[in-house]
Design a binder for this molecule. Structure first.
Ligand SMILES: [Zn+2]
Length: 276
């Protein structure tokens, strides 16, 4: 039998010109050499620069737009605008998965809980000057009574926790998750999420206090309670059961860990069984 019929490999197609352009744009945008808000040259200038045809430039721009790197408005005299938000590409994948029934609101919320709690733990280990934005956003939330502004600041607060963690991949995933979760909940509820201002401020205050005091375990717990109470009412009954068990299991695990740390500090050993 000839080798070709046995081989699992497909023939390699040479890379297309527009992919080379996309790679260059991606490098320049993600490295900050083309900052967010700046403009790309006109189509004609790019044709000359890259030595390619107009359809090739347009295909490259279409792909770059889908990846969240740029925004293209037909007829915009300024040229394509640099966005530099690769999370848009991931959000599109998540939206597609939700639409096809390959994932659920619950799974996205579980991801948010894991992500935000880990970020809070990392944030509590950072120097305190890293927390200036977090404190500032919290202060702004305390000072506003305007609902729309309060909701925007709520999102900024959680983003500030993620940024304070210093993990850039956390930030990318955080940005990618937000819109799919919001759209998914609003389409199933037919309304937007609602949470009392006082309750939110109380929870956020506990998060800031725990992070500032350097208590990673308490910070994670405060974030967990807040997100749980925020999302629990908007989930379906079966999803609520699973979320409750999940959060309880992590909480118990966290408490056991704390007990072990405290015991080590006291100089004695406590087995996991002793703490249950
Ligand atoms: Zn919040």
């Amino acid at each position: 039998m000839p080798f070709e019929t046995l081989s699992p490999f497909a023939k390699v197609r040479s890379t297309r010109a527009h992919e080379h352009i996309v790679e260059q744009l991606q490098d320049l945008i993600l490295s900050g050499k083309l900052p967010a808000g700046s403009r790309l040259p006109s189509e004609r200038a790019m044709m000359t620069e890259f030595h390619v045809s107009r359809p090739t430039v347009r295909e490259a721009l279409r792909v770059a737009e889908n990846m969240g790197l740029i925004s293209v408005r037909p007829g915009d005299p300024g040229g394509p605008k640099v966005l530099g938000t690769p999370s848009v590409g991931i959000s599109r994948v998540l939206d597609g998965m939700l639409h096809a029934g390959c994932t659920s609101t619950l799974e996205l919320v579980e991801m948010r809980i894991v992500l935000d709690c880990s970020a809070a733990t990392l944030a509590s280990m950072q120097p305190r000057d890293r927390l200036a934005t977090l404190r500032d956003v919290y202060r702004q939330m305390q000072n506003t009574t305007e609902l729309r502004e309060f909701a925007d600041l709520d999102l900024k607060f959680h983003e500030a926790v993620i940024l304070a963690s210093g993990n850039r991949i956390f930030h990318l995933v955080f940005q990618a998750l937000n819109e799919p979760i919001r759209r998914s909940i609003e389409s199933s509820l037919g309304t937007s999420m609602n949470h009392s201002r006082e309750e939110t401020l109380r929870h956020h205050g506990a998060i800031v206090e725990a992070i500032q005091s350097g208590d990673g375990s308490r910070a994670a717990s405060a974030v967990r309670s807040h997100l749980y109470e925020f999302y629990f009412p908007v989930l379906k009954s079966q999803e609520r059961v699973r979320l409750k068990s999940f959060v309880q299991a992590i909480e118990e695990c966290g408490l056991s860990e704390c007990e072990e740390v405290r015991a080590k500090r006291r100089g004695c050993h406590v087995s996991r069984q002793d703490t249950n």
